[in-house]
Ligand binder design. Sequence first.
Ligand SMILES: Nc1nc2c(ncn2[C@@H]2O[C@H](COP(=O)(O)OP(=O)(O)OP(=O)(O)O)[C@@H](O)[C@H]2O)c(=O)[nH]1
Ligand SMILES: [Mg+2]
Length: 272
Amino acid sequence: MPEHKRKKLMALSSNVMRDESDKVLVLGQPGEEVSLELILRVVADVGLVGLPNAGKSTLLAALTLAKPDIADYPFTTLMPNLGRLDGDPNLGALKYSSEATLADLPGLIEGAHLGKGLGRNFLRHLRRTRLLVHVIDAAAEDPINDYRTVKEELRMYNPNYLERPYVVVLNKIDLPEANEKLPALIQEISRIGCRVTPILESGGTLSVKSEHTHALSLVSNIEERKEKQIEDYPQPLAVVGASVLKRIGVSEMLEAIRAGLRTCQDLAKAVK
Ligand SMILES: Nc1nc2c(ncn2[C@@H]2O[C@H](COP(=O)(O)OP(=O)(O)OP(=O)(O)O)[C@@H](O)[C@H]2O)c(=O)[nH]1
Ligand SMILES: [Mg+2]
């Protein structure tokens, strides 16, 4: 380095010194240490939710090429699994617009929003989904209670999740205990999300309104100030019985999911 440049450099910095061979050395500055926690959120169109062992991973494997672990014990899935749903071939050239990514999440249990089971960590993965699919083991002792538990956990984590369009799959109908109660379950689940709300009409007469939750905006202020219960959120777009393991009702289920995705697209267009 020419002498004049070296002088200039030394004048500019207090951290400059020379070694024996007259080389200019610039002293290092103290470094900075940072520890970063990066939070990953998967981007999927459809989120599969349900209690452990309901058959979420089996469903993902039935509809996509994903190969998630499937086993007869709870909490088989510890991290979300993703699978790609092919576009609907009936749509011809529009086929690709009907492709979707499905996320199979770990099972939820009561108290998950407080950290029980696998906790609330994976619930964030639902944030960017457009459609939810509730997977219920219809052969379980009390499937309605299981369904309510999952909805309640979603509500406690983020009430917006209950506003999201959803389809309910009553799984394991190959088992006689599920098959027998299927019609009653479909009826009961379709009803939840459709509270019969007494409202005061403008004339002051009391009437009963059994419409979609959004009608609640009409309800008196006192009613509105109360915390929303799961009955006050939208009804399912569809409730279907299936056995994803034995491939019974899978095409009907797929049609319900595709129709749900179309509804989401229409809703998104309407908002734009
Ligand atoms: N009989 C019957 N069994 C099923 C059906 N679908 C899934 N199973 C079984 O139910 C068990 C649980 O299935 P998984 O797909 O691992 O359930 P999961 O909801 O992903 O469970 P977690 O990952 O623990 O939340 C497995 O033994 C499956 O073979 C079905 O339609 N009928
Ligand atoms: Mg699983």
